[in-house]
Design a protein around this ligand. Structure first.
Ligand code: NDP
Length: 299
């Protein structure tokens, strides 16, 4: 068997196009332009790249992008004051504080100071609780993107066995909640799981969010399963000395030989994360203005 490749680039472009359509309607019919504020503290190179591409894509879909770049030694009080200002600014519908924050800042405190209605990353404790209790919330972008791709590929997920490998707050746990919300039978595997290979092999849907290059091989995959590889790992290039390459948490070739469908790395889940950030911002804007939410862009 050779798996269907779920093309995250094409999927993400479709999501962005839908978002752009909603943004255009919000402008034309209501005179509202959604605004996304991104706060970056310090000069972490990877974070700078993410923030740049978030800003670029925000503008491309017609929204306002506001970037706040703060010095690495910014005090907690100053950061909280900025968030308070953004919370109270009616032109800002989404606030994202780029993680990781420098060590002297308490990430939980900072994230929980964001107005939950503007928490487009879905990390605020209120949004975590709302998602866990099956209520309307802001949903973390990466798992939301995975859910969209799964629904698109499989239709109903009801009754399917889903295994999520990884239990982080930003991917594994919210992913499991979303799958449970779609009536999957969900298992969360992690570093202490016994016979993890056998657990994975039960999965109709296998989501890998581990951070270990190519840990999951084809013999862990149930024939015909849908495999979503969230992992992004940079490893030395096997053929080009001094170069590196990106791989997922799944060994693509062996898994693709067994799976029914699989997301590649790069070009799978990755592009969906920013697309879902834009989707969350337009959703937050609609909710803030008591307008109908865009269909197909939320959980
Ligand atoms: P974390 O490091 O926060 O969590 C990793 C999880 O994997 C933990 O729950 C850990 O278990 C589990 N784990 C580690 N080693 C093993 C093992 N040998 N067997 C089973 N489970 C194991 O990572 P994140 O959730 O933040 O990210 C996971 C991956 O997804 C990374 O590669 C990251 O780069 C990528 N990522 C990609 C995104 C995208 O946009 N595509 C966005 C976010 C992340 P335990 O809890 O027991 O330690």
């Amino acid at each position: 068997m050779s798996a269907h490749i779920i093309d995250g680039k094409v999927f993400a472009a479709n999501v962005r196009e839908k978002v752009a359509g909603h943004v255009a309607r919000l402008k034309e019919e209501h005179g509202i332009t959604p605004g996304l504020a991104v706060v970056l503290v310090g000069e972490d190179p990877a974070s700078q790249v993410y923030v740049r591409s978030k800003g670029k894509m925000t503008v491309e879909v017609g929204m306002n992008s506001i970037e706040h770049k703060l010095e690495a030694d910014t005090s907690e009080a100053d950061l909280l004051a900025l968030i308070d200002q953004l919370n109270n600014d009616p032109a800002i519908h989404g606030i994202l504080v780029q993680l990781p924050l420098p060590d002297h800042l308490d990430s939980d405190l900072v994230i929980n100071s964001i107005n939950p209605a503007k928490d487009v990353d879905g990390f605020h404790i209120s949004n975590v609780g709302l998602l866990g209790t099956g209520q309307k919330s802001m949903v973390p972008c990466t798992p939301l993107g995975c859910l969209m791709m799964l629904r698109d590929h499989l239709g109903s997920l009801s009754g399917l066995n889903a295994v999520v490998v990884g239990r982080s707050n930003i991917v594994g746990k919210p992913m499991a909640q979303l799958l449970l919300g779609d009536s999957c039978t969900v298992t969360i595997a992690h570093s202490r799981t016994k016979d993890i290979e056998a657990v994975c092999k039960q999965a109709d849907i296998l989501v890998a969010a581990v951070g270990r290059p190519e840990m999951i091989t084809g013999d862990w995959v149930k024939p015909g399963a849908t495999v979503i590889d969230v992992g992004i790992n940079r490893i030395p290039h096997p053929e080009k000395e001094g170069k590196s390459k990106l791989v997922g948490d799944v060994e693509f070739a062996s898994a693709a030989a067994v799976a029914g469908a699989i997301t590649p790395v790069p070009g799978g889940v990755g592009p969906m994360t920013i697309a879902c950030l834009l989707a969350n911002t337009v959703t937050a804007c609609c909710r803030a203005n008591d307008l109908a939410e865009p269909e197909g862009l939320t959980a």
